[in-house]
Design a binder for this molecule. Structure first.
Ligand code: BYC
Length: 319
């Protein structure tokens, strides 16, 4: 990269700020402040890691799906998550970092991934509830991110949201089916909702006053809505869905505020959230070990792919 004079860099900075103010997308070849680039690498790569680690809790149930239709649907969903991870790694690479470095950051614990995937999937109902609540929360967050100021991230989000909508529908279908089923099925789905509700609210990140990155990301239009705004939107959308499905959300303080038209909810256990984020959740170690094992046992695939690419390059050079 060539060094810019002070004058050049303040001109470029001004142009960048103008683009942001005008709601224009910043594209990979545009000038951007180093801090903007770093924040995007952090956020998009952590999103990619979340998609990949997110395959583990659900993948755990592919062999135990209750019928062939459910098995096919779950298999397709888990494959979709892999695809989302790939789009997002590609979007991150447009910022000038190599994927191997990003993967290294995940495997060494330097990069985070979503807290939600550090909880165990204990029953089949968890697959329904993940689709409904976890993908539902992801859609609320990602629909907003589809309008983000960085072009490649925004375009990846549009595509991912379409697939997440299908994931949410299949999850809600499982939940409503179980909620109308036998007493055992109803108990199973209610137990699952009880375990996943609060971790789903935590997916949106710390409350705005405790979110160190939000101010800057909102000012740059990377985030379009704050963590608390998105969390509230998710609760407002989900309470009527829970009622329609016939399940109870485990929050005795949930009440509708006529004035704000919001469903107010009880306090979130932030101590639990920070424990999970810092590596001490119920499944953090298991998830990291699974990714590390997959990476080392996949080494031969990467070597073979590289050897093939080199061979093709030699062929092209000789032609
Ligand atoms: N989990 O300043 P803050 C999916 C960290 S996958 C873990 O508010 P920011 C799916 C945060 O990174 C969906 N860590 O951060 C896949 C920061 O630490 P660092 C995943 C969290 O970036 C498979 C610190 O806490 N979605 O849907 O402004 C199957 C302070 O936070 C979490 C995305 O990744 C968390 N929940 O806002 C099914 C969406 N929250 O990095 C479904 C994209 C916060 O400074 N990301 N932290 O060390 C975002 O929207 C934002 O990055 C966040 C956090 C709202 C998550």
């Amino acid at each position: 990269m060539t060094e810019l004079t002070l004058e050049e860099s303040s001109e470029k900075r001004e142009l960048f700020e103008k683009q942001i103010q005008a709601g224009e997308k910043i594209e990979p070849k545009d000038w951007m402040p180093e801090r903007f680039r770093k924040q995007l690498i952090r956020m998009i790569s952590q999103h990619a890691h979340s998609e990949i680690v997110g395959m583990l809790p659900e993948g755990n149930w592919i062999t135990r799906a209750p019928n062939f239709r459910r098995k096919k649907t779950l298999l397709a969903k888990v494959q979709d998550e892999a695809g989302h991870g790939l789009y997002l790694y590609c979007a991150t690479e447009t910022l000038g970092i190599d994927r191997s470095e990003l993967v290294e950051q995940l495997l060494t614990g330097k990069a985070k991934y979503s807290s939600i995937f550090n909880y165990p999937t204990l029953s089949w109902a968890d697959i329904g509830v993940i689709g409904w609540l976890v993908d539902g929360a992801a859609i609320v967050n990602q629909t907003s991110l589809a309008k983000t100021s960085y072009g490649p991230y925004s375009r990846a989000m549009v595509r991912i949201c379409k697939e997440e909508n299908f994931h949410k529908k299949q999850g809600y279908e499982i939940v409503t089916g179980l909620a109308k089923g036998t007493p055992e099925q109803r108990d199973m789905v209610q137990d699952s909702v009880n375990r996943w509700w609060w971790p789903s609210l935590m997916m949106f990140g710390p409350s705005d006053k405790d979110s160190p990155n939000s101010k800057e990301l909102l000012a740059w239009g990377v985030k379009r809505r704050s963590n608390d705004e998105l969390r509230q939107r998710f609760v407002n959308l989900t309470v009527p869905q829970a009622k329609a499905a016939g399940v109870t959300l485990p929050d005795p303080e949930l009440r509708y505020n006529e004035e704000t038209q919001d469903w107010e909810f009880g306090p979130i256990n932030w101590e639990e959230f920070w424990q999970v984020v810092s590596g001490n959740g119920p499944c953090n170690r298991e998830r990291m070990k699974a990714r590390q094992d997959a990476h080392s046992s996949g080494a031969w695939v990467r070597e073979a792919a590289e050897a093939y690419a080199e061979k093709q390059q030699r062929k092209r050079a000789a032609a």
